[in-house]
Design a protein around this ligand. Structure first.
Ligand code: MRU
Length: 357
């Protein structure tokens, strides 16, 4: 099946009174679109990872704000604004690491403030918030496509490319971040041989990345996480590309647990380690990676993932969902505005300064 024949699954579809959400916990076996009507349902869906992946979490939260704003039954814009503020504050507690969540909520709050200041009616305010959420989703599609365009020159026909977790179309509005060059390469007849780490403990690589790339007809081989070093030593990998949940101002990168190990292995084998990141994932207000909040999730993900007990009852478990790769392991950060290399602190700051100018 080629890309032109294949219609990728959308993880989030807005339907005016509800948000339709692909339940990513059930993939690849079951394709179920959930119907969410309240911000509380959106909070739960983010928290339980029915929707996951930094950009998708941000988009879902923006639609959660719209659902909550539309349900406001009080009088007057100041009350509406307080209501929107409390919805944003609540949604911000759903997961801690992906900065796109806070980025999208800040953007929705800023819009609500502007509307209230302009004396907009509640009805028009709700329509404008809905338009803003749809814009965030639309922009993400274009951002991901541009990341793909900027990344593509780094890849050559026949290369082996390893990725970790799912930074794919399912984690974004379309194309993904780390997968965008894979989709564009396929469209342009450049054959990449993708290796997807299965990504313990929730298996986003196996359940999601292998699934969406296979659906698209891209050459993908699934690996257990502990096989990456072996395939690198065999010379099968010419580049690593991963997504990210937050890039600190100095270029340290938080991403799915296990990314750091892959980066160290890549350096040991002289393989470039690329990070695909929208500007919305770069957090200049966090100076370095040690200040990025790292989510810890339930022990059961490790001891009885997918309903089968694989560890003794009562064993102590450490289950961080993310790790931080120090910037010295990062070859380049690929954004929609270009490719950033070391020194990251200076070059990331310059990229944002150019954007704001
Ligand atoms: O816990 P998850 O599945 O939300 O973690 C997702 C990742 O780590 C992705 O690599 C990251 O969010 C980038 S998605 C474009």
């Amino acid at each position: 099946m080629t890309t032109s024949e294949h219609q990728p699954l959308s993880s989030l579809i807005w339907k005016q009174d509800k948000l339709e959400m692909l339940d990513q916990r059930l993939l690849p076996e079951t394709i179920l679109m959930l119907k969410l009507y309240t911000p509380e349902e959106v909070w739960e869906a983010i928290h339980s990872m029915k929707v996951r992946g930094a950009p998708a979490i941000g988009i879902a939260a923006a639609f959660g704000v719209v659902l909550g704003a539309k349900a406001y039954d009080g009088m007057g814009t100041p009350g509406w604004l307080d209501h929107v503020k409390s919805i944003c504050a609540h949604l911000a507690t759903s997961r801690p690491t992906a900065v796109n969540l806070f980025w999208a909520l800040d953007r929705m709050m800023q819009k609500a403030n502007e509307l209230a200041e302009a004396g907009t009616s509640i009805e028009d305010g709700n329509a404008a918030l809905e338009a803003e959420a749809l814009l965030i989703q639309k922009e993400d599609e274009e951002v991901c496509r541009m990341i793909g365009e900027n990344a593509l020159p780094l890849f050559e026909n026949g290369m082996g490319v390893l990725t970790h977790c799912n930074a794919g179309g399912l984690a974004t509005a379309k194309y993904g971040t780390a997968t965008a060059p894979m989709y564009l390469a396929q469209e342009r007849g450049i054959n990449l041989k993708v290796f997807a780490d299965e990504t313990r403990p929730v298996l986003q690589g196996a359940r999601l990345t292998a699934f969406e790339l296979q659906q698209a007809g891209i050459d993908v081989t699934l690996l257990c996480d502990n096989m990456a070093g072996m395939v690198m030593s065999k010379g099968w990998i010419q580049a690593v590309i991963v997504g990210t949940d937050r890039v600190a101002a100095n270029g340290d990168v938080a991403n799915k647990i296990g990314t750091y190990s892959v980066a160290v292995l890549a350096k040991a084998h002289n393989i470039p380690f690329y990070v695909a990141s929208p500007l919305s994932t770069i957090d200049l207000s966090t100076p370095s990676g040690d200040l990025i909040p790292i989510e810890e999730r339930a022990a059961e993900e490790v001891t009885e993932g997918f309903g089968k007990r694989t560890a003794p009852q009562g064993v102590k478990v450490f289950n961080p969902a993310f790790d931080v790769t120090p910037n010295e392991y990062v070859t380049a950060i690929i954004t929609e505005k270009g490719v950033v290399r070391a020194p990251f602190k200076e070059n990331l700051a310059a990229l944002f300064a150019k954007e704001e100018a």
